[in-house]
Write a protein that binds this ligand. Structure first.
Ligand SMILES: [Zn+2]
Ligand SMILES: [Zn+2]
Length: 469
């Protein structure tokens, strides 16, 4: 752009330049207007077309015809970031950009980037070019017209790797990435690879059980702020309209089974703008009662993709719910002195990793078996089954043929009214040889647990009330 400042009140149809010689001899000078160049406010030199200039004084009789202005001229090129291996749409604005113009792009190594072009007006050229995987660094552009005129620009932008990453705020606070849980989302016996460089834990929506298995539903929500960063310069993607879609990751969280009805909370989709600081895209999620991984697929709109060189969906794993809190870990209990971890058909296929408890529960069960002294006193081992799944949450055990399991088994909890927080266990009672042995076991168990007998004829459902340290 260039401007001319006229004095107040002056006419704006005429621009006069006075030229005087320093030595006024007797012969009138001849002046020829060959070309007009203007230094514009961008520091560029523009060539102006000479049309109706009048020479006042002197004579123009012997002047050559004015030079034609350069046939093409570039004012702006957008965008200026290109992603390797992706297709870019470049808009060039300037003059002389008609069907007689061809455009080529080159990277810094001189590699020609193939292009196809279209013309919106003679001021705008739209070029589509596929940026090779190997392209890198600065991109230059050359415009050529069929009359042989051309314009080259050394650097219209830069090729970068199309890599982005996401950080999140949970209720406005930075979320610590959970880097150590990303490779086995299913459990030791249900390996489910999930290649997640970082995931974020959330609090669960839980049914909070009491010893009698009456349960109170607690719905958990968090507001997640999605912040997208470009990897090569860590720039935050601002003023971008984006959409998310939420889904559940199959066979994660200890549920070694899957169907399309697996819950993932709400909403299933949401959209918004990242705003001027890149931190305004916020979604309030309500988390499901089923633990495991949720995946958030983040997709910016086309304008944003162009502006930021963004190229593909981002997948954001969210681990949750966690049984107790965002940091509590449940321990996997294995066979030990005086007790055996047991299981049924369901534990073979659908929930093979089913003996997770809080450190307090696991220690108490181990110590109680020690006090029982089965191997020493000739008593049968205690049998412990179905504590909780690896991260707690709904334990949708399926017990074929058990009368109380009348509801559909997937993702609801018909047979285990609790077993969600790592504080409950099913205590096998069928191995005791007589009622006196069962009574003695009951006296020991009642010291540390609330005992609920209504869940099954084969076991007592225990809730920890007093831990043995
Ligand atoms: Zn399940
Ligand atoms: Zn139970």
């Amino acid at each position: 752009m260039w401007t001319i400042h006229f004095p107040p009140g002056s006419g704006k149809s005429c621009l006069q330049y006075w030229v005087e010689g320093t030595d006024c001899g007797s012969v009138p000078a001849s002046f020829c207007l060959v070309s007009v160049l203007a230094l514009d406010s961008d520091g560029e030199i523009d060539t102006l077309q000479v049309e109706n200039a009048t020479l006042l004084g002197g004579t123009a009789d012997t002047c050559p015809a004015p030079l034609a202005p350069r046939a093409v001229g570039v004012l702006a090129v957008r965008p200026n970031i290109f992603s390797s291996g992706r297709t870019s749409v470049v808009t060039v604005t300037g003059r002389g950009l008609d069907e007689n113009t061809w455009v080529q792009f080159r990277d810094h190594a001189g590699q020609v980037l193939p292009s196809e072009i279209g013309f919106a007006t003679t001021d705008t050229l739209r070029a589509v070019f596929a940026v090779p995987e190997a392209a890198a660094g600065r991109v230059s552009m050359q415009l050529t017209r069929t009359d042989g005129s051309s314009e080259s620009i050394d650097s219209i932008g830069t090729v970068v790797a199309p890599e982005f990453y996401v950080t999140v705020l949970i209720d406005g606070a930075p979320a610590a990435p959970d880097n150590d849980q990303g490779t086995n989302a299913g459990g030791p016996l249900c390996p489910t690879p999930l290649h997640a460089p970082s995931v974020f834990r959330t609090l669960p929506s839980v049914i909070r059980p009491d010893s009698g298995c009456n349960m109170t539903q607690v719905i958990r929500s968090n507001t997640i702020t999605y912040i997208v960063h470009r990897s090569y310069d860590d720039a935050v993607m601002t003023n971008c309209y984006a959409t998310i879609a939420v889904s559940a990751w199959a066979a994660s969280g200890g549920h070694c089974h899957h169907d399309s009805s697996r819950p993932y909370g709400s909403p299933d989709t949401a959209s918004g703008n990242t705003g001027a600081d890149g931190q305004q895209f916020r979604v309030t999620h309500t988390w499901p009662q089923v633990s495991g991984y949720l995946l958030v697929q983040l997709q910016p709109d086309a304008e944003c993709i162009q502006r930021w060189g963004y190229s593909e969906n981002l997948w954001i794993p969210i681990r949750g719910p966690d049984a107790q809190s965002s940091t509590a870990g449940l321990l996997n209990m294995e066979d030990g002195f005086g007790y055996t971890v047991t299981g049924g058909d369901d534990n073979v296929s659908r929930h093979p990793d089913n003996h997770y408890g809080t450190p307090e529960l696991v220690a108490t069960l181990q110590n109680m078996a020690y006090l029982w002294g089965g191997p020493v006193l000739g008593r049968p081992n205690f049998g412990y089954n179905d504590l909780s799944l690896m991260w707690g949450g709904v334990f949708d055990v399926e017990q074929v043929g058990v009368a109380v399991c009348r509801r559909p088994p997937n993702w609801v909890s018909p047979c285990h009214c609790g077993h969600r927080k790592g504080t409950q266990v099913d205590f096998k009672i069928t191995q005791f040889i007589n009622l006196d042995q069962r009574r003695r076991a009951n006296l020991l168990v009642k010291k540390y647990f609330d005992v609920y007998t209504g869940e099954s004829v084969a076991h007592w459902h225990l809730t920890l009330k007093k831990a043995i340290p």
